[in-house]
Each structure stands twice: as C-alpha cells, then as structure tokens.
Design a protein around this ligand. Sequence first.
Ligand SMILES: Nc1ncnc2c1ncn2[C@@H]1O[C@H](COP(=O)(O)OP(=O)(O)O)[C@@H](O)[C@H]1O
Ligand SMILES: [Mg+2]
Length: 243
Amino acid sequence: MKTIAISVQKGGSGKTTTAANLAAAIAARGKRVLLIDNDPQSSLTLYCNLSQEKTITDVYHGNAAIQEIVQDWNGIDVVPADILLSQVENEIAERKDRRNILHSALAKASQYYDCCVIDTAPGLGLLTVNALMASDHVIIPMEPNPADIWGLELFLSTLNRIRKAKPGLTYKILLTSYNDRLKLHQTAKEAVERRNLDLYPVTIARNVRTAEAWGAHKPLLAYDPGNKNNIAYKTIAEMEMHE
Ligand SMILES: Nc1ncnc2c1ncn2[C@@H]1O[C@H](COP(=O)(O)OP(=O)(O)O)[C@@H](O)[C@H]1O
Ligand SMILES: [Mg+2]
C-alpha cells in the first residue's frame, strides 16, 4: 500500500479537495483506496457526507481499528474525523509512540488497499506529524501567490526534519487555483521553479464546478466528468501509482 499525505500548514489551499478527488481518480483506475480524514475540522467527512459515530479519534485512542470504522464513498473506504480529534494532540503528547500512532494503525489495514490518501489539518502539530510519518509521499497543494510561497518555506523545513527520520519520504508541489493568465500566478510559479522544487506537470484550475462537487458530496469525476481538473487528478493518480 502506498500512502500519500496531502499536506501544507495553510488552510484553504485545496488539501481536502485534492484528497477527495485524487482518491476518486486512483479508485477509477481499479485500485483499492483508503481515504483518511485527519483534520478535526472534518471537511473531508462533510464532503463525503459520512456519519461521525466512529472516527479517526477512536483510532488514536486505540478504541477502534481502521478496518472496523470505514464507510463507503463511491467505492472508496473512508475514515471520518470529528472535532474531538483536536484534543488528541494534547492527549498523546507524552506518549513515546506519539509520532507513529497513525503509522501503526495503517500497518494493520495495509493488506486491504493499494493506496491510502490522508487529508491533513492545517498547522504543523502532532496530527500532521503522524500523517507525514505514516506516508511514502506528500502532495503539497499551493496557490501560486507570494504569501503561500512564504508559507511553503516553513512547511518544507518541517518536512525536511521528518525526512531525516524517514529518508524515503518524497514530495511534490501541486499548484491549485492556478490561472496562467494572471501575472501574479506566473511569477509565483517561476519563483517555485527557480528554487528547483519538484512541481507536478499539471495544475488545478479554480472553477466553480470543482467547489460545487463538494456541496453535492460527489467526486468531480462523477459531478462534472468533462471538467478539465479531472485530467489533472487522473495524471497525478497515474504518476503516483506508477503505471
Ligand atoms: N479548484 C478549485 N476551484 C474552486 N474552488 C475550489 C477549488 N479547490 C478548492 N476550492 C474551494 O476552496 C475552499 C478551500 O478548499 P479546501 O480543499 O477545503 O482547502 P484546505 O483543505 O486546504 O483548507 C473550499 O470551499 C473549496 O470548495
Ligand atoms: Mg481541508
């Protein structure tokens, strides 16, 4: 099972949208996909319209196995989150295994899936560290504007600390809400390229149908099959699943 975290500390950069739609694009390739909401704000859980009776909080508490609490969303097994997850960082802070709780829980489920996608909370706290420690690859969604590039530096320094403990952890930047007619976006893209950071060859465009799919609780692939963002999600799915 390949595990991919969608992560960057800034909110509103397209993490949850990327997690849901990439998971759908990987599932559309016939892969068995596990999708995890690791954010107390539970945006992914709302996107997928799931019950919050049993959540990832129970997994952190050791009260449930991932396999017991998954819910189906368009053929994908999803683990919901709830607001109580926000207390977990304090609760696990003194534990020796505090950085690897999610990793251990996923190890028990890994035989059932080809791929796991983790949506992470904004911020660089222990929940995000658990997601990164459990992952093989990180997708960093970023709006190409100067403030976000500054935030990216901060995130990369955290990521590089984690990579010292986990040298195999790879990452790539995905430009979201990209508009190639905007000088601001072009300039920001060039700034990222100049730093020799690894960028996906595709970008996610800002379009209202992508946001509407959320309200309809559907993957963009089902809500608006002709949407050009689907091509980007499919390309990333193909790249990450190495086919
Ligand atoms: N490509 C897009 N086009 C239009 N709206 C988008 C797009 N991506 C995300 N959004 C909207 O922007 C908001 C933030 O996106 P989200 O994926 O929740 O970011 P994050 O998880 O990083 O906070 C949401 O309301 C979402 O519907
Ligand atoms: Mg989110």
